[in-house]
Design a binder for this molecule. Sequence first.
Ligand code: THU
Length: 135
Amino acid sequence: MTERELAALAEEMTARSYAPYSHFHVGAALLCRDGRVYTGCNIENAAYGPTVCAERVAFFEAIRDGEREFEKIAVVGGPDGQITSHTTPCGVCRQVMREFCGDDFVILSWDGHEIRRHTLGELLPASFSPKDLTR
Ligand code: THU
């Protein structure tokens, strides 16, 4: 799957978003090392705190299926699903990625015009990881 295809899938997923509070619709598409792709959308909650981001939905579905190795994720979002700027993962999602991914994990964002590419190492430097618990 090309990066453009992964971004298109993430964009499609914005239509599944449940975001009656922020109206900010996000979709994600996660490519595993074995080639499988898992998708997610943000799911909000009236109590706000239980809200989950699109990225975590995709990750948790993949983990549930036994996936443990990941290559890249595409993230797309915008107000009422209008994609006009780049959306990058929140801090909580970055930490969830850190649990399963190394510094070379790729995070793509798509604004409807161009793909931007970051690594997890760039977006979450000097982080706390499972390795810290085994020292
Ligand atoms: N959100 C995501 O799903 N992913 C991101 O990368 C940024 C934020 C969601 C959470 C909430 O439902 C809405 O976007 C506004 O913050």
